[in-house]
Ligand binder design. Structure first.
Ligand SMILES: Cc1cc2nc3c(=O)[nH]c(=O)nc-3n(C[C@H](O)[C@H](O)[C@H](O)COP(=O)(O)OP(=O)(O)OC[C@H]3O[C@@H](n4cnc5c(N)ncnc54)[C@H](O)[C@@H]3O)c2cc1C
Length: 422
């Protein structure tokens, strides 16, 4: 093992990623109108301070990675290096909805105000069943939409300002262990070189391969895009439990006063049309010409959502899986930002004290992390499954038929409070 080289020669893989950076930067311009939207993230070479006793590699600079880094940095004697494969800020297919509990958690992490300054506030939700007109629910829950690449970049920069060594365009190819698959971590391999570490927090998302395990859940498919000039854009999110995606849904989320993101998520296990056909069906059926005069911004994009209804196998010796690397997203709603932040924060809260005390982060010693995730996310994950099962039945359509009755409205509001902001 050796530290990443001082002046790493780009491998062919990284040269390809460098080309991708151009694409990412071009993509940025449609919403910012700027050609160089953000200052480049520093590319400091790893210089571990001599008095530090432990090093942790955080793989991925999504919400789970930034939360884990910030949480670890509350403890002394720990060097944190955050490694992100793409150039930051990087695109992420996402509705970018921040629920009330997400905003509250961001407050607890000390970044709530920073986020609120940039995010677009949401005043309520329109919910529609398989057919028919939506019901509009308004309330006093605080909800917001914040374009993910900006949100994630803000959090990553905050982690960096708290002491993380943030390095983008570094692809982690392997976690190296001694004594087989369950042995202690010795280091990580990247395409720039290798690095000795004492522990790894895997925050590599739905496509990550380091923490694959048998878990009870589903991988949902999605496709989405951005438009300016949607007719009748409102200050609420629109959710359609349409037959084209049942028991899942299609959405319209306002990101700014004149820009929306529109998408669908569905279970690919369902027979039927392919993703683009489903999306077109959804637009035709539910938006009814409202996009005719709108300008599409950039291309359609998709990403899997890795969901489960029970948090299982999140730790190994010196390794913790957070966010979608641990399949921690909601089966019914695809909400995952909260789950990523919460699990990342808890991972740092368990690993940090162990390393600070100089103890070995064995799988046994890391078990409290899994317990904390189950305690704090268990009801949500199980509730997501229950909601999804009920959405397979005509229950939602029946409930919507009774929209003018107070108990039905209250039940809908309770069910969809939060991201759907009743
Ligand atoms: C279309 C869509 C809409 C969604 N809408 C919402 C919503 O409105 N609200 C909500 O709460 N959730 C939503 N979700 C879910 C949410 O996006 C995810 O749950 C959340 O991003 C998970 O965060 P994460 O940090 O675990 O992973 P990610 O955000 O995916 O971050 C993982 C990071 O790891 C990096 N990485 C991966 N492998 C490596 C490697 N080998 N080396 C270095 N870096 C690596 C990736 O490039 C990435 O930046 C949506 C998802 C989709 C697909």
């Amino acid at each position: 093992m050796h530290n990443l080289p001082q002046n790493p020669t780009r491998s062919p893989g990284l040269a390809a990623l460098a080309g991708m950076k151009t694409v990412v930067r071009e993509y940025q311009t449609w919403y910012t109108g700027r050609t160089s939207a953000k200052p480049p993230v520093s590319k400091r070479i790893l210089q571990m301070s001599s008095d530090s006793t432990s090093r942790v590699a955080v793989i991925g600079a999504g919400p789970a990675g930034s939360a884990a880094a910030m949480s670890l940095l509350r403890h002394s004697g720990i060097d944190v290096v955050m490694l992100e494969r793409y150039a930051l800020p990087r695109q992420k297919a996402c509705g970018s909805g921040l629920s009330p509990w997400t905003l509250k958690l961001l407050d607890d992490m000390g970044v709530g105000d920073l986020v609120r300054k940039e995010a677009h506030p949401i005043a309520g939700a329109k919910i529609a069943g398989s057919n028919g007109e939506p019901i509009e629910l308004r309330g006093d829950h605080e909800t917001a939409i914040f374009l993910r690449e900006e949100f994630d970049y803000l959090l990553a920069q905050e982690a960096e300002s708290r002491g993380a060594d943030l390095r983008d365009e570094v692809y982690v190819s392997d976690i190296v262990r001694s004594g087989g698959d369950d042995g202690p971590v010795e280091g990580i391999e990247t395409r720039d070189g290798s690095l000795e570490v004492d522990a790894v927090v895997d925050c590599s998302g739905a496509n990550g391969t380091f923490s694959r395990a048998e878990r009870p859940g589903r991988t949902l498919h999605t496709i989405m895009g951005w438009w300016k000039g949607l007719e009748d854009q409102s200050d609420v999110v629109e959710i359609y439990f349409d037959t084209s995606v049942k028991p899942h849904y299609g959405w319209v989320f306002p990101e700014t006063d004149d820009r929306v993101n529109i998408g669908i998520c569905y279970d690919p296990g369902n027979e039927g049309p392919n993703v683009k056909e489903r999306f077109e069906q959804f637009i035709d059926r539910r938006l009814d010409g409202r996009l005719d005069a709108a300008d599409q911004q950039g291309r359609l994009t998709g990403h899997p959502v890795s969901t489960s209804w029970y948090a299982k196998k999140l730790v190994k010796h010196s390794t913790l899986a957070c966010g979608e690397a641990g399949q921690l997203a909601d089966m019914a709603t695809a909400e995952g930002i909260y789950h990523a932040l919460l699990s990342g924060w808890e991972a740092g809260g368990v690993l940090g004290p162990l390393l600070q005390r100089g103890e070995e982060p064995t799988a046994e010693a890391l078990k409290p992390y899994t317990r904390r995730v189950r305690k704090k996310l268990g009801m949500r994950l199980a509730g997501g499954r229950a909601l999804m099962e009920s959405l397979r039945t005509p229950a939602m359509d029946m409930l919507l038929q009774f929209r003018n009755f107070k108990p039905a409205r209250e039940l809908l509001t309770r069910t969809f409070a939060g991201l759907y902001h009743g």
